[in-house]
Design a protein around this ligand. Structure first.
Ligand SMILES: [Zn+2]
Length: 328
């Protein structure tokens, strides 16, 4: 930030005159969101209306009063093509259910495709904000089952992969770490960066669950039924190992909450408290490194649990937040 030092009163005046630049003490994380992330899929297991409910809850919570909420915009096709093949993007944008698309478990409609371009734009924006201000959350994203040339699961575009390629192309980052703690392996992401040593892909997931596994830089496949204590011990060990091997310019965290014990698509036994500790561990690991968070999966039997768990992640990321300080 390039602002002169100012008292609170002066800052207020400055903000009135200049509504656009962030005030100097905007608390972190910055939130990125679009109402068009939300798609009503009816009784579908993918709760695509969760995004709006999370956003609403954040806006109603005094804790987030002073946080910035920035609207996501569509990622360009050019950026998407840094990861995805032209053929795949043609099929996707023309809504043609070809072999490249048939592994998708979502409908192929304009509304859905637009939501994916927006979510990718949101993850890119969150990463840019993280590089500038240290920490940001896209209230969406984390579509790690999308491959360069095909869709899979609930994922049409790999938002994190697109953001990484775009930021590398612009020379804003060199080395990037992905911490993927969704209960499902980040197979599309692993495949995308398999031969790219500038991106460290770490996935810790339930081994005997969807999807077919690809090879990440570091994979930890967990036994079904694993609880908080063992999970957190495994995570601690993995993060220590990564710290010795790789010094990233930016970290993406896929904070999937489908590790919860009442998740419909996950078989781990984590509690609210265990997931909070998991998020804290990642937050503290990234203490001095820009951190961009995406929500990723969450399919609790009770939708409200999914919302509460994602909100818990937002809260954890807020708690250690240093406020933005201008440099002398
Ligand atoms: Zn998942």
């Amino acid at each position: 930030m390039d602002m002169p030092k100012a008292t609170n009163a002066a800052t207020e005046t400055m903000n009135k005159e200049k509504p656009h630049p962030l005030p100097q003490d905007v608390p972190l994380p910055i939130f990125v969101y679009s109402k068009n992330y939300n798609i009503d899929l009816g009784a579908h297991v993918f709760p695509a209306i969760k995004y709006g409910r999370i956003y609403q809850s954040l806006k109603e919570n005094k804790l987030f009063d002073r946080h910035s909420f920035i609207p996501a915009s569509l990622v360009s096709r050019e950026s998407a093509s840094l990861v995805h093949s032209e053929d795949y993007l043609n099929d996707l944008m023309n809504l043609e259910m070809t072999r490249k698309l048939y592994r998708s478990e979502l409908p192929l409609t304009q509304e859905v495709v637009t939501a994916f371009f927006l979510s990718s734009g949101g993850t890119l924006l969150a990463a840019e904000q993280a590089l500038e201000k240290k920490k940001a959350i896209n209230l969406g994203g984390g579509f790690h089952h999308s491959f360069p040339d095909r869709a899979e699961g609930f994922c049409y575009l790999n938002d994190v992969a697109i953001a990484i390629r775009k930021l590398q192309k612009e020379k804003k980052v060199e080395k990037v770490l992905i911490i993927d703690l969704d209960v499902h392996q980040g197979n599309g992401t692993a495949n995308t960066f398999q031969k790219d040593s500038s991106v460290f892909t770490f996935s810790m997931h339930e081994q005997n669950n969807y999807p077919l596994k690809e090879t990440s830089t570091l994979d930890i496949g967990l036994a079904t039924g694993l609880g908080d204590k063992e999970y957190l011990a495994q995570l601690k060990g993995a993060l220590e190992k990564i710290q010795q091997q790789f010094q990233p310019d930016l970290i993406f965290y896929l904070a999937g909450v489908d590790v919860y014990r009442e998740d419909r698509l996950g078989g781990l036994k984590m509690t609210f408290d265990g997931i909070r500790q998991r998020d804290e561990m990642v937050r503290d690991f990234a203490a001095s490194i820009p951190l961009a968070v995406t929500l990723a999966g969450g399919y609790a039997l009770n939708d409200q649990d999914t919302i509460s768990l994602h909100l818990q992640t937002c809260k954890v990321m807020t708690e250690s937040s240093a406020t933005i300080k201008e440099e002398d």
